[in-house]
Each structure stands twice: as structure tokens, then as C-alpha cells.
Design a protein around this ligand. Structure first.
Ligand SMILES: Cc1cc2nc3c(=O)[nH]c(=O)nc-3n(C[C@H](O)[C@H](O)[C@H](O)COP(=O)(O)OP(=O)(O)OC[C@H]3O[C@@H](n4cnc5c(N)ncnc54)[C@H](O)[C@@H]3O)c2cc1C
Length: 298
């Protein structure tokens, strides 16, 4: 049987050969064999349970931390943004947030509820699902500092409730039960009656002054090595402004690679490897990518 075959009711609802460039903040990436935007949890569970078990699956949020290679993604991509969109206060300190909710929306809603510190989520241009997978953080806050438990779906479409203690959490890193994806999380915050949207505005203005916000990027390309900053190492290696095709190391913030509009994923990946090579030669430090590089080369 063709591993990419789908039951007829799903076949009419998926996109075939969908360019991933439309779904990533770098605006690059080749086609996904199958691209599915489910209606809700039940629909997702049915889709997963009816797929050939050989078909590989990838869930995405807003594609703000993804470099999809130019050959695209074999298998199925499940689009979650706006799908798992429940956001509600469960009790004084606790919130349920669906994985498809944009982090900025979570930040704003917590301010309305007088809960914090959640302002840092406004600096993460992804979904809660992506933030859980990455343990995203900004302005001193980190996603998993607030997670009490999560709900997940496995490859067969079964739901699991898992406590935070079932995961190992690190800097921009998470490991836990394999082949499961996040439906949402129960999050805990403190009561902060004086928090206001002005707090978010100040944080974002600070960021806008130091980062090339508005240009096509995925934020920081590399994680910071212990005790140092990737941006400092890249800048002091003389790499600001270095180009491969349409990809360039930002002059404003050396840990950002921006797409000037004409870059391919191969340009960006080549520039990433070049930066790693030069920094290792000059400083003896191996930089590791924060961005997830996925898919096949062309
Ligand atoms: C301008 C800019 C600034 C940024 N600043 C920051 C920052 O300050 N701090 C920071 O941490 N990051 C930052 N980022 C990176 C990015 O926004 C975060 O990593 C974010 O958490 C990614 O979320 P996403 O929804 O876009 O995930 P995607 O990029 O779509 O996916 C990222 C990973 O998460 C997985 N994933 C997505 N959804 C799910 C799910 N529901 N279940 C399981 N796995 C899932 C994907 O498979 C993939 O491996 C920045 C990016 C940009 C473009």
C-alpha cells in the first residue's frame, strides 16, 4: 500500500505538496507531502489513527523556529495554530492554554486576568505548543517554569495527561515521552494585580531596539554556550553582514540570520555551517543550533 494514501474523507481535506515557505517565519522550505489543518482534537485523533503507521508526522505551530530544507517534508504536517485554541482560567492561579494559542495572546490574556509573570510570552512569536517543545524563554522567563501538566496525543490518536515531572527540561530543550504532541498545558502564575499592557510594550520596545524585528528570521539561530553569548562570539569573529545568496548575518544582532527575500533554505543552512566553522576556528567554541532543521535537501 502507498504509505501516503489517505481515507477519502481526509483526502479531500488535506493539501498535497504544500510549500512550507508559506508556514515558516524565514519564508523558506519545500513542499510537505501532506498538510492537514484539523478542526479539533477529535478530528486530529481520527486522522492520526487512520494513517498508515509508516507515515511520519510533524506538528507545527507558527513555524518561527523551523528551517525546512528546500526538498520539503516527507509525510504529514499537522498545523495547530488556532486549532487547539482554548484559553481559560481554571482557578485563582491556574490557566489552561491550548497548544495552538499564540504566546502573545496568552501574555495579553494573563494581563487581563492580573496574572504573571507571563509578559515574557509576548516576546515569543510562536504558539504555546512550540514554546512547550522548545522550552522557549524571553526576558528572564521560561515556559516550563509555569507548567503543571500537559495533555498530549500519541501516534495512534490516544490522549494522555502527563505531569511536568515526566519531562526533563533544559535551556531551549525538552525530552519526554516519544511520539506524542502537545494539545495544551495547565499553567501556573502568581496574582499580579498591577501588571499592565504597558509592561509588554516596554519589553517589546527594548527588543525592537536591538533585534531585526520585521525582517524574515527565526530569532536566535544558535543557543548561548555556557557562560557566553553566541551573538558576542559571532560578532567578534567578524561575521556580521556575511552573506550566502539571500541569507545574511544581521548587522543589528549577530545571532540572527535574515532572509532578504531571495534566500533558499540551502543558503541559510550553508551560512549556519560557515558561522559554526569560523567561530570554532577563532574561539574554539562549537555553536549549537536553537532552530530546528528539518526535511530533505533538494
Ligand atoms: C523574531 C523572532 C524572535 C524570537 N524570539 C524568541 C525568544 O525570545 N525566545 C525563544 O525561546 N524563542 C524565540 N524565537 C523562536 C520561536 O518563536 C520559539 O522557539 C517558539 O517557541 C516556536 O513556536 P512555533 O509555534 O513557531 O513552533 P514551530 O517553529 O512551528 O515548531 C518548533 C518545534 O516545536 C514543535 N512543535 C510545534 N508545535 C508542537 C506541538 N503542539 N506539540 C509538539 N511539538 C510541537 C515542532 O515540531 C518543532 O520541532 C523567536 C523567533 C522569531 C522569528
Amino acid at each position: 500500500m502507498n504509505a501516503l494514501a489517505l481515507p477519502p474523507d481526509f483526502e479531500s481535506r488535506v493539501l498535497r505538496n504544500e510549500p512550507m515557505a508559506k508556514h515558516t517565519s524565514w519564508h523558506v522550505g519545500g513542499p510537505a507531502d501532506v498538510f492537514f489543518t484539523p478542526q479539533d482534537e477529535r478530528d486530529t485523533a481520527q486522522f492520526l489513527s487512520q494513517l498508515d503507521p509508516a507515515m511520519s508526522i510533524m506538528w507545527i505551530g507558527l513555524g518561527s523556529n523551523l528551517l525546512v530544507r528546500d526538498g520539503g517534508i516527507r509525510g504529514a504536517v499537522i498545523d495547530t495554530h488556532g486549532v487547539f485554541d482554548q484559553l481559560e482560567r481554571i482557578n485563582d492561579n491556574e490557566v489552561w492554554c491550548g497548544s495552538g494559542v499564540a504566546c502573545a495572546k496568552l501574555a495579553k490574556q494573563c494581563i487581563k486576568w492580573g496574572l504573571g509573570p507571563a509578559e515574557f510570552f509576548a516576546g515569543i512569536p510562536g504558539t504555546l505548543g512550540g514554546a512547550l517543545a522548545m522550552n522557549a524563554g524571553a526576558f528572564g522567563g521560561e515556559t516550563w517554569n509555569h507548567v503543571l501538566s500537559v495533555a498530549t496525543l500519541d501516534r495512534a490518536g490516544h490522549r494522555h495527561e502527563r505531569s511536568a515531572s515526566e519531562y526533563t527540561v533544559g535551556y531551549r530543550h525538552l525530552s519526554g515521552p516519544a511520539n506524542e504532541w502537545f494539545l495544551g498545558a495547565r499553567l501556573r502564575f502568581e496574582l499580579k494585580p498591577d501588571v499592565s499592557s504597558e509592561d509588554i510594550r516596554v519589553l517589546l520596545a527594548r527588543r525592537k531596539a536591538t533585534q531585526p524585528i520585521g525582517e524574515w528570521s527565526c530569532g536566535s539561530v544558535f543557543t548561548n554556550p555556557p557562560g557566553d553569548h553566541a551573538a558576542r562570539l559571532i560578532e567578534s569573529s567578524g561575521l556580521k553582514g556575511t552573506r550566502v545568496g539571500g541569507a545574511r548575518v544581521s548587522e543589528m544582532h549577530a545571532n540572527f540570520i535574515v532572509n532578504d527575500g531571495s534566500a533558499s533554505a540551502a543558503d541559510i543552512e550553508e551560512l549556519i555551517r560557515y558561522v559554526q566553522h569560523v567561530v570554532e576556528q577563532k574561539h574554539g567554541v562549537k555553536l549549537h543550533t536553537e532552530v530546528r532543521i528539518v526535511g530533505e535537501a533538494k
